[in-house]
Design a protein around this ligand. Sequence first.
Ligand code: GAR
Length: 198
Amino acid sequence: MKNIVILISGGGSNMAAIVRAAERERWADRYGARIAAVVSNKADAGGLATASAHGIATAVIPHKDFASREAFDAALAQAVDAHSPALVVLAGFMRILTPGFVERYAGRLVNIHPSLLPAFPGLDTHRRAIEAGCKVAGVTVHQVTTELDHGPILAQAAVPVMPDDTAATLAGRVLAQEHLLYPRAIAGWLADTSSHND
Ligand code: GAR
């Protein structure tokens, strides 16, 4: 069985969309894959309850308990490795990862970012897109490399920017696309890696 571990920091709506797709599309039968665990760096992340409700193991590694990024990432890697992951999915995980962590999961670490990368890496993407006068915005699923919000692009979706958009209205339009794109991109990755193993 290919284990997927999802890392979250907050509401976990992308994680929930992935979990629902895995159930609906029967990823266990189709790809021999399952969501093995959801790990958060925040104890109050709303997504933890959602994961538990779906019978998924959860763990919390509070970053504030660690003196350095390296120490936090070592503890995080231990929690992730407990599930022998084939794929590690960052879904609204709002911590910058150390090169050591990224290299440990090279080729099996993916992220979703709410912009059309390489435009607008980092925070506040929707406000920045509106201020730049962008007519389209969107979302990117990409492999994670040591450079923040870079790495080979796996999937993108675009949405229009409306003249009266605020960062919040644009974020909502993009998030609806995230919930479609991320499960689809992961299913594509699973299909590719399944056929390589046949
Ligand atoms: C999503 O919009 C995701 O793209 C973004 O945080 C939100 C998390 O929502 N991620 C980043 O900004 C990463 N740089 P969710 O917790 O409801 O999935």
